[in-house]
Design a protein around this ligand. Structure first.
Ligand SMILES: *Cc1c(COP(=O)(O)O)cnc(C)c1O
Length: 383
């Protein structure tokens, strides 16, 4: 395969897989559905034995993701939750994890309702407050898992400070980077040991694929995570690997448009009398604005806002025409959700309310449609 160290990561992403198939010169990576592989002789292998353990289409994708992220090993999974679950399998009974409280609801659910049964203990902490994280560390603490920007309130955690803290205490630092993608933020550069994605979101980008990613900074951790994945089996099938490969080629282009649109929409929402609060790191009054500028290239396509009553929030969702009322995010199509009822429903009500995830809060994944059409839809829906 061609390898070009002197190109930008964005260029390498577009060229991903070009030259893989020298025999035909195919530009697009072939899909290898083969479940198993013929061995040349006893004790010899082509490098592929069985598709759960390795697949050529998946390999191109995993190598590309590792390179994009600046890590040594990339692994792709059947969903973001499969990636997170495999990461949590790295720990043992009695281990303690510190996790962002402004967190994807499914991550909370798997920890609270499944891994708790296996003796993992978890502290949910406001990770935008580095001192609060430091205070939560105990002798049993093995890892810190951070989402920044947070979900759904877009709080910004200080990656460099948290990276340093984890290093001092010799705990693993993991970042769920789903909201920004490696085009905007590369946590490994700030000391993270592993980066996690729901590739269902921006990496896939078209609301047509469910996938997950882990990228480990060092080979040893990468090898352990690979062992866990190969042992438990949550791999991404070859057809879906190909779809994700294709999606990645336009990732930088798409992210650019998401960011541009989101900034325009955020500034417009800010002016609306019916919008009582708006959360977008790109706005100057956002408490994480400066920090965000230091650790990310742009502010992403996700924003949340509040209207004055729960009834109004429901009416807005009902009136939407262009924007779909749907869970998920990161696709070219704009989506709006009511986190309290959908994505964060598994977080207990009292906890949700403490965090500010009320029924007046709407989360918008700003798509790449013409921004005037997105705004026109919001305008008629808010009216
Ligand atoms: C969606 C999401 C997940 C879970 O990913 P799936 O692909 O839905 O399994 C994890 N983390 C974040 C931040 C997400 O948005």
């Amino acid at each position: 395969m061609k390898k070009a160290d002197h190109f930008t990561k964005e260029t390498n992403l577009i060229q991903l897989g070009v030259g893989f198939d020298d025999k035909t010169g195919a530009i697009s990576v072939p899909i290898y559905p083969s479940a198993t592989y013929r061995h040349p002789e006893v004790g010899k292998s082509t490098g592929y034995d069985y598709t759960r353990s390795g697949n050529p289409t998946r390999q191109v994708l995993e190598n590309g993701l590792a390179e994009l992220e600046g890590g040594s090993r990339g692994l792709v999974f059947s969903s973001g939750m499969a990636a997170l679950t495999t990461f949590f399998l790295h720990f043992s009974q009695g281990d303690h994890l510190i996790v962002s409280e402004d967190l994807y609801g499914g991550t909370y659910r798997v920890l609270d309702q499944i891994f708790a049964n296996f003796g993992l203990t978890v502290s949910y902490v406001n990770t935008t407050d580095t001192e609060a994280v430091a205070a939560a560390i105990s002798n049993q603490t093995r890892a810190l898992l951070v989402e920044t920007p947070g979900n759904p309130l877009l709080g910004i955690s200080d990656l460099a400070a948290l990276g340093k803290l984890c290093q001092q205490h010799e705990i693993l630092f993991a970042v769920d980077n789903t909201f920004l993608s490696p085009i905007l933020q590369r946590p490994l550069e700030f000391g993270a040991d592993v980066v996690i994605y729901s590739a269902t979101k921006y990496l896939g980008g078209h609301n047509d694929l469910c996938a997950g990613v882990l990228v480990a900074r060092d080979e040893e951790l990468g090898e352990k995570l690979y062992f866990l994945q190969n042992s438990t089996g949550a791999i991404l099938p070859p057809f879906d690997c190909w779809l994700l490969l294709r999606s990645l080629k336009t990732l930088a282009l798409r992210i650019d448009q998401h960011c541009k649109n989101a900034m325009v929409v955020a500034k417009w929402l800010e002016q609306q009398p019916k919008v009582t609060e708006i959360y977008y790191p790109g706005l100057k009054q956002h408490p994480g604005h400066e920090l965000s500028k230091n650790q990310a290239k742009d502010f992403g396509g996700m924003l949340s806002f509040r209207v004055s009553t729960a009834e109004h929030a429901r009416a807005v969702l009902k009136r939407l025409k262009l924007i779909s009322f749907a869970e998920s995010l990161g696709g070219v199509e704009s989506l709006m959700t009511l986190p309290a009822i959908q994505t964060h429903a598994d977080i207990p009500k009292a906890e949700r309310e403490r965090l500010g995830i009320c029924e007046r809060l709407l989360r918008l994944s700003v798509g790449t449609e013409s921004v005037e059409d997105i705004i026109a839809d919001l305008q008629q829906a808010l009216a």
